[in-house]
Design a protein around this ligand. Structure first.
Ligand SMILES: [Zn+2]
Ligand SMILES: [Zn+2]
Length: 264
């Protein structure tokens, strides 16, 4: 099997989106006021649901949706126009629901919404998720100085997304790395990141012959998995989003083997 099974077209679209998100982040950092005080946080639950003011506003999310839908123009012109039209036609109430739907991964909402549009539910959700990420990344950056003080089980301590990816460092340290908010946090002990089982014999690893830099860590107890990527110390640091994409072949293998969370 080819280690890279993602089509070039999709990779180019994703790269285009990542560039746009980067630009938008710079803009957001000036325009979005996020009040995060470590002293006021409960350190056992993720930061996002504890915020007192919304981390995403309707006008800024609209701007993000516009920018993401325009990236499609360069890479998927056939569907770009439909996406742009749908985004343009959203009422404030609908934008609010898109924000909520993307934060909570509510596929039912996007399935329902897609009925009045020519767009597939998964694509609508994808656009909303990509528009949400810059907000989560700005939040991630705000929390980066104290994120290791949080002790949250089973999710990213910043945005609450289930862990999917970890970086293995040269000295043996393992950092979990969130493709949604780009938060990197230290895994304190060897245990399943999903169910907390710390009996080491219950974790096993699936490696692929053609791939020396990434593998799957699977838990016998909950059957869920984590993708482990060996840190490239000579190369430039890669964003979690990119690593997640580069290791998508591992997700396919996990799916084939029946590993993973049936809810996602
Ligand atoms: Zn996160
Ligand atoms: Zn487990």
């Amino acid at each position: 099997m080819e280690p890279n099974v993602v089509s070039e077209e999709y990779l180019n679209l994703q790269t285009g989106i990542m560039e746009e998100q980067k630009k938008f982040r710079t803009y957001l950092k000036k325009d979005l006021s996020l009040d995060v005080e470590k002293g006021e946080l409960n350190l056992e639950i993720p930061v996002l649901p504890q915020l007192t003011s919304p981390p995403v506003t309707i006008p800024l999310f609209r701007e993000a949706l516009d920018r993401i839908s325009f990236v499609f123009k360069d890479h998927q012109p056939k569907i770009a126009e439909d996406i742009i039209q749908v985004v343009k036609g959203l009422t404030d109430e609908e934008v609010k629901k898109w924000i909520k739907g993307s934060i909570t991964f509510n596929m039912d909402y996007f399935t329902l919404f897609s009925k009045g549009t020519p767009i597939e539910p998964s694509l609508l959700h994808f656009v909303a998720e990509q528009a949400l990420r810059p907000f989560m990344q700005v939040l991630g950056e705000k929390c980066s100085t104290f994120i290791n003080e949080l002790d949250v089980m089973g999710t990213c301590p910043c945005c609450g997304e289930p862990p999917r990816l970890a970086l293995l460092e040269e000295d043996g340290d393992k950092h979990l790395y969130c493709p949604r908010c780009e938060t990197k946090w230290k895994q304190k002990k060897l245990q399943c990141v999903h169910c907390g089982d710390d009996r080491h014999e219950n974790l096993f690893y699936v490696t692929i012959e053609e791939d020396a830099t990434s593998k799957l860590e699977v838990c016998k107890t909950c059957q869920n998995y984590l993708k482990l990527v060996v840190e490239d110390i000579n190369g430039e640091e890669k964003q979690a989003t990119l690593l997640d994409l580069e290791t998508i072949h591992l997700d396919f293998i996990a799916q084939q083997e029946g590993f993973g969370d049936s809810n996602s």
